[in-house]
Design a protein around this ligand. Structure first.
Ligand SMILES: [Zn+2]
Length: 515
């Protein structure tokens, strides 16, 4: 599985090592026949589950995730059979055969005996400790997939996760039906809006914002048509909390709960727009699954890739977006959720699109970054450049659209890539300015500028205003020209009443303590 997968979480390895200790140690204590049978039964289940892990890794180059299950759950059983045959290969069968032979002789070789030597006693004790650890992890932290490796753990997590997401989805649909709010279009002119949600884009790595490397040639080419807000930060350095605030009424000050907050998609839908949610992210995620469920058209390309995340580039979204743009509804809002620069940067773009190879233009936390650090920085910049390519193509298509058209692009949060310290990634612990400083770009066509001239002028005037992404909900309703009882002018970038507010990120004042 390791040989065939592009990326494996470290917890996947840890849990397998943990089970070696558990089963090995406990074998010294299980001298009673019934207990021995129980242990062998558990091992047999592991062997079965392992077969599936190997098959999946060989076929798709990845590890089972809940997205794999979601993809399988959506294909009916007849298709699943076809699927199995389509991927049966000599390599699969040979590997599986080898695996079963090794497993058979290993199981036969297990010796159940009393621990006599000291080494054996320690091992038996470790086995008992591991039992307690796994009970604690599953019972208190609900981390089944971290305890049971591969297929089995994910299977259990998937069924419980699916259920709780289902609850979220129902609640959001209920809220949309029952909550009293108004939302109406200001104009009946045909309008097409695209909201692109980026992933882990650090503004300081975007050429449009002054980065010295060519990471955004397309945005540079279109610079004169863009309004680039240059002081936007996200309220969190994690996807889930940040999007909760950006895509719903909730903000850092109003104490609303997400369960009672209308989403931006809900707002524009109520105003009469036909809505799309087109995503390259996992289909079972908070808060996006529930928000997406209200869309008239929902398309997670994860399903087209059997849930495998590697080699699933954002470029594959383009034909789906194109189809949405060609739809003949007069009023459309298309939400696009990118995988952007998530986690393993080099998996986010095709190898042949790699562009940065040397150290030219790199601004790292130390003047001479190591080879490994440099590789992370280069692949990160490549992924940003790839995102720029996708944006460029969406904009090329959007320019052909008749009537009013506009696009907004922001990232859910930034990313530290050895910019200010010896760290790569994002998260609540030790968040740096690089993990929250995000690009926030607005493009609109001529027709938009003429039809909604006042909005356009105000947005231009507010280009350098401090922005906290939690107000995106208001920006969205406003730029898409929706009049709504939920709209608050002082939170709205396209209103002359817009008021910047304290930008508190994990308890720190960004303007005073982070920038
Ligand atoms: Zn994210």
């Amino acid at each position: 599985m390791y040989a065939y997968s592009d990326f494996i979480r470290s917890s996947e390895l840890n849990s397998r090592l943990g089970w070696v200790l558990l089963i090995g140690g406990v074998a010294y204590l299980f001298r009673h026949t019934v207990l021995q049978k129980l242990l062998l039964g558990v091992l047999f289940l592991f062997v079965l589950s392992g077969s599936l892990d190997i098959l999946y890794a060989v076929t798709f180059g990845g590890v089972f995730t809940s997205a794999s299950f979601e993809a399988m759950a959506l294909t009916d059983s007849k298709e699943s059979l076809e699927f199995l045959f389509a991927y049966a290969s000599l390599e699969n069968i040979a590997l599986l055969g080898l695996y079963w032979i090794i497993a058979y002789y290993s199981l036969k070789g297990i010796l159940f005996k009393a621990p006599e030597r000291r080494r054996e006693k320690v091992f038996a004790a470790l086995g008992v400790v591991m039992i307690l650890v796994s009970i604690q992890q599953i019972h208190q932290r609900g981390r089944t997939f971290d305890v049971l490796p591969g297929f089995s753990g994910v299977a259990i997590d998937y069924s419980s996760g699916r259920e709780s997401i289902e609850v979220d989805i129902n609640a959001r649909q209920q809220l949309y039906q029952t909550k009293e709010f108004s939302a109406v279009m200001r104009s009946s002119t045909p309008q097409t809006y695209v909201v692109v949600i980026g992933e882990s884009v650090n503004r300081n790595h975007v050429q449009l914002y002054g980065y010295s490397r060519e990471t955004s040639p397309n945005l540079m080419r279109l610079k004169s048509e863009l309004i680039a807000f240059d002081d936007a930060v996200s309220p969190f350095a994690q996807t889930h909390p940040s999007l909760n605030l950006a895509l719903t009424e909730v903000d850092t000050q109003n104490n609303l709960s997400v369960q009672n907050a209308i989403s931006l998609l809900g707002g524009v839908k109520k105003a009469g727009f036909k809505t799309w949610w087109i995503s390259n992210q996992q289909p079972l995620r908070r808060p996006t699954s529930a928000i997406a469920s209200l869309a008239d058209v929902e398309h997670f390309i994860s399903h087209d890739f059997h849930g495998v995340m590697t080699h699933r580039y954002d470029g594959y979204l383009l034909p789906v977006i194109q189809k949405a743009l060609e739809d003949n509804a007069p009023h459309k809002v298309i939400f696009v959720h990118l995988m952007g620069s998530h986690l393993q940067y080099r998996n986010r773009y095709p190898a042949e699109e790699a562009f940065f190879t040397d150290q030219k233009g790199v601004q790292a936390y130390r003047p001479d970054p190591s080879q490994t650090e440099l590789e992370w920085i280069n692949t990160y910049d490549d992924s940003v450049r790839y995102t720029d390519g996708v944006l460029g193509q969406i904009l090329t298509s959007l320019r052909q659209v008749e009537g009013v058209a506009a696009l907004s692009f922001f990232a859910d949060h930034g990313e530290e890539v050895f910019d200010s310290k010896d760290f790569k990634g994002h998260g609540p612990d030790g968040a740096t300015r690089h993990t929250v400083e995000i690009p926030f770009v607005f493009w609109r066509n001529r027709a938009y500028q003429t039809e909604f001239n006042e909005t356009d002028q105000r947005l231009k005037a507010n280009q350098h205003q401090p922005v906290l992404l939690d107000d995106y909900f208001h920006f969205g309703l406003c730029f898409m020209q929706v009049e709504s009882s939920l709209l608050r002018p002082e939170r709205t970038l396209c209103s002359e009443e817009y008021q910047p507010k304290p930008r508190i990120i994990y308890g720190k004042d960004y303007d005073k303590e982070m920038r």
